[in-house]
Design a protein around this ligand. Structure first.
Ligand code: TYM
Length: 343
């Protein structure tokens, strides 16, 4: 079933499109799930839903080719294990749809150097790199590719964690600027950021977000990690020297992060949850139990999917066709708008 912009729901309203992407650049973690992936599964039933493993984005930092291949397939399986149903949504690999790289060029021609320079993620990564370290030019132009990803699918809604808000703002600005210069071409997207869980912090360094990089293995909970290891990491999570359980991300980042994880996992409000606890130990025990229970069915489904590599390949092959059916006409429209000859 090809996703179609003109599909309608039972009441004849046009169905909005949702698009999002995740990089196969490291082991996927609890932050990816609570901030993004979980929303994907909710959204697929009442939207035209398109999800992408953004392997081209992963190349902005050095990758071992074999590991990249392995992680790309792993990411696809994790998407399905987390509830994405390929018969309802579209799941594909970014580099299989060449329209992404092509529209990215048009977006680079639409964005200014000043705008790209203001991107916090670029500034952070470039600042951290030592003088001798290689920083790829693509790390700078990355948000243009991300805008292309979104605009190709005429996405109305883009579920992401809080760290992607600024990139989404840029995608909106580029869509508006392009439409203004060349006439209506793109749908202007909106970020959908969850109320709880949009920024899960590292368990060992709770003032920094949990991330796929390998700098803090003890602070990161992998989606495929075994239960004993998850319990150990949460039990050893950094808190503070007080004893009061209170939700206050500024003053008590570690405790607040545990409350956020527990709240996001159980669907409760972190501030209200805090009133129920009098000791950090109790909070950690409940948090660990909730996370293990959350991940158990995902891991079981992942194991089934991993036992059937041909099944994953078939889903991704079908995804390319469905994705290109949407992306190709949008790219053609953008090409024509700027004055490129038809091919
Ligand atoms: P990536 O691969 O770093 O992360 C994937 C998704 O997970 C969210 N996320 C988090 N949410 C809560 N807490 C955390 N600690 C945490 N860490 C990551 C991210 O916000 C993201 O939603 N540039 C994007 C990938 C991308 C994309 C796109 C996203 C490329 N093109 C188009 C949406 C639409 C990225 O690096 O996400």
């Amino acid at each position: 079933m090809a996703p179609c912009r003109r599909s309608v729901d039972l009441y004849d309203r046009p169905v909005a499109r949702v698009f999002s992407g995740i990089q196969p650049s490291g082991d996927m973690h609890l932050g990816n799930y609570l901030g993004a992936l979980r929303q994907f599964a909710f959204d697929q039933y009442d939207h035209d839903a398109v999800f992408c493993i953004v392997d081209l984005h992963a190349l902005t930092v050095p990758q071992d080719p074999g590991e990249l291949r392995r992680r790309t397939l792993e990411a696809a399986r994790i998407h399905m294990a987390a509830g994405l149903d390929p018969s309802v949504c579209t799941l594909f690999v970014q580099s299989h749809v060449h329209e992404h790289a092509e529209l990215s060029w048009l977006m680079e021609c639409t964005a200014s150097v000043g705008e790209l320079r203001r991107m916090t993620q670029f500034k952070e990564k470039a600042d951290k790199a030592s003088d001798q370290e290689f920083v790829a030019a693509a790390l700078f132009t990355y948000p243009a590719l991300m805008a292309a990803d979104i605009l190709l699918y005429e996405a109305d809604r883009v579920p992401v964690g809080a760290d992607q808000r600024q990139h989404l703002e840029l995608a909106r600005d580029l869509a508006l600027r392009f439409n203004h210069r060349f006439g209506d071409t793109f749908v202007v997207p909106t970020a959908a950021v969850p109320r709880v869980g949009a920024r899960i912090m590292d368990l060992q360094r709770p003032t920094e977000k949990m991330s796929k990089s390998v700098i803090s293995p003890q602070g990161t909970v992998g989606l495929l990690e075994d239960a004993a290891s998850i319990v150990r990491k949460i039990r050893r999570a950094v808190t503070d020297t007080e004893v009061e359980v209170r939700y206050d991300p500024q003053a008590k980042p570690g405790v607040s992060n545990l409350l956020t994880i527990l709240g996001a996992t159980t669907g409760e409000d972190p501030e209200r949850l805090a009133r129920r606890y009098h000791q950090y130990g109790e909070l950690k025990a409940d948090c660990a139990e909730a996370v293990v229970a959350l991940l158990e069915p995902i891991q079981a489904r992942y194991a089934e999917l991993a036992a059937d590599p041909a099944g994953t390949a078939a889903v991704l092959a079908e995804g390319v066709g469905k994705a290109r059916a949407v992306a190709a006409p949008v790219l053609d429209r953008a090409r024509a708008a700027v004055g490129l000859l038809p091919r």
